[in-house]
Ligand binder design. Structure first.
Ligand code: F6P
Length: 530
């Protein structure tokens, strides 16, 4: 039976018609409901009370979880079934933190790679990994994009309070030469180590940046033989990495059952391991493992990922929310919206079911966000008085690490004030319509006790599992990303025209392949300005 025909879906449609006439404030007036909507896990407090739903809706949502078999699908994922059907792969990133049931050989392979990573990280952190001229490493440049970049950079920045080595960590993702130059400017090649992270080892940006980094190194050192002391790689395609020129002894493997956007827990997380060391990194993994155990064990009503996904479904499919704003009231989480954009939109921005049928309901809307309080002075105007329905996640950290109480209390007070305004609005006098704030916008508030490796691990893994539960409800494959391929292919003949390297033509000739008039016009314009 299709999703929209399920009894729970139909019941939710009927409930939505009624509830849109009920103000959010009225929903809040129910202690039992509010109690059900406050849940904790490992120092992460989730408050869903400012969602626009009542006990009846919660009951229908829980039935939806049952009717879409979320718990069964969870068991399939965690026991290594091939749930990524379009790529014929299991989905076992949870095995990287001990949260899945895998065979002994797989568990051993994961442990071996982690041990290898810990050894290398200890050498680099301890100044025992020497560059070609005998000097210790001072700067590490991580080159990767998408899932091979967003997680490590976010985690390194978020856990700045736990950095325990003098190493400076840098990131290059984009193919734009501006970032390449900004990062490498002033670095000493004798003391710089590059990590080339690419699951496929076929990604254009990463390969081009790696090539340029290699040239940068050789031009400045003249030490071709020194490359192996300055380049290490992370990939599931070892032959391609070796063919590219990386030394097999410096490669950390990944497995095809780890999706790129779920790979922070693998060797892709090496920058974080370098920054915080083995003990804290193992706390990060343990925090994520707690989320895995929670996903498997907690009943749907008390299951954070399941409930988050159900509430998101309610907002997107029944209340018409067209975007999810992630509003981080902590500068250290500045990069979280970028990371979640890939996690949620690349996973669940799909139009067909797992069986290839076209969906007749909306899937993932746009996720965006930023840091509070800055956003209040930029886009919150639209959130308070704009015309579109949306939902938001507020993320706060209760602990005051900087010991500046005034700043911290104002920061938190602003976060709570914003979500209060979004929920309750303000009824202005009739002659002041410009002051009217409609309210009734559903939001979730997540309060971390502190921002530590353990709480960050739990938070990120809970978001991963929310995405999984959401895909389970929508009956889509959250683990492939075929939509990104077309643009990559189209760029190839365009690049050939821009660079004058169309097959069979001499470089620099005015080479043309068949392009639509708009593309050709832009190519011609750009070439005329070169
Ligand atoms: O283009 C999208 C994508 O394939 C992501 O799914 C992935 O995280 C990113 O590119 C990088 O891929 P890789 O790690 O294989 O270089």
């Amino acid at each position: 039976m299709s999703l929209t025909q399920l009894p729970a879906w139909q019941a939710l449609s009927a409930a939505a018609a009624q509830l849109t006439a009920t103000p959010l404030a009225a929903c809040l007036d129910d202690d039992e409901r509010n109690r059900q909507l406050r849940l904790q896990l490992n120092g992460c407090h989730f408050d869903f009370t400012r969602q626009r739903l009542n006990r009846e809706v919660i009951a229908h949502l829980l039935s939806l979880a049952e009717q879409t078999a979320v718990a069964d699908k969870t068991r399939h994922m965690l026991s290594g079934d091939v749930i990524n059907a379009s790529e014929q792969r299991a989905v076992l990133h949870t095995a990287l933190r001990g949260g899945a049931q895998v065979d002994t050989a797989t568990r051993q392979a994961v442990e071996d790679v982690q041990k290898q990573l810990n050894d290398v990280a200890a050498q680099i952190r301890g100044g025992r990994w020497l560059g070609f001229s005998g000097k210790a490493i001072t700067d590490v440049v991580h080159i990767g994009i998408g899932g091979s970049h967003l997680g490590p950079e976010l985690a390194v920045e978020a856990l700045s309070g736990y950095h325990s080595s003098a190493l400076r960590l840098h990131f290059i993702a984009n193919i734009d030469a501006n970032i390449f130059h900004r990062v490498l400017h002033g670095l000493n090649p004798e003391t710089t180590l590059f990590i080339i992270a690419s699951k496929s080892f076929g990604t254009l940006e990463t390969k081009q940046n790696a090539l340029s980094a290699r040239s940068w190194f050789i031009e400045r050192t003249n030490a071709l033989a020194g490359v192996s002391r300055h380049f290490i790689g992370v990939t599931s395609n070892v032959p391609a990495a070796v063919e590219f020129g990386l030394d097999a002894a410096n490669l950390f493997p990944m497995w095809d059952w780890v999706g790129g956007r779920y790979s922070l827990w693998s060797a892709v997380g090496l920058p974080l391991l370098l920054a915080i060391g083995e003990d804290q990194f193992s706390r990060f993994l343990a925090g994520a493992r707690q989320a895995d155990e929670h996903l498997l064990q907690a009943s749907a009503a008390a299951n954070l990922p399941t409930l988050s996904a159900l509430i998101a479904t309610w907002n997107y499919n029944f209340l018409g929310a067209g975007s999810l704003a992630v509003l981080c009231y902590d500068e250290r989480l500045r990069l979280l919206p970028d990371y979640l954009q890939q996690l949620e939109m690349e996973s669940n921005g799909k139009s067909v079911t797992v069986d290839g049928e076209k969906v007749d309901y909306h899937t993932m809307p746009v996720l965006w966000g930023g840091v509070g309080t800055n956003g209040q002075h930029a886009y919150h105007q639209l959130l308070h008085q704009g015309t579109r329905a949306y939902t938001a996640d507020f993320i706060l950290v209760a602990g005051d690490d900087r010991n500046m109480r005034d700043h911290h209390h104002w920061l938190l007070a602003n976060a709570l004030g914003q979500s209060q305004a979004m929920a309750l609005g303000f009824a202005a006098a009739a002659d002041e319509p410009h002051r009217h704030v409609p309210g009734n916008h559903p939001t979730t508030t997540i309060v971390l006790d502190e921002l530590s490796p353990a709480t960050l691990g739990t938070l990120l893994a809970l978001y991963e599992h929310k995405v999984f539960c959401q895909g389970a409800i929508w009956n889509i494959n959250s683990f492939d990303q075929w939509g990104v391929e077309l643009g990559k292919e189209l760029a190839i003949p365009i690049h050939a025209q821009l660079s004058g390297t169309v097959c069979g033509e001499a470089p620099g000739e005015d080479s043309r392949t068949a392009q639509d008039p708009a593309t050709q016009g832009l190519i011609d314009h750009i070439k005329s300005r070169h």
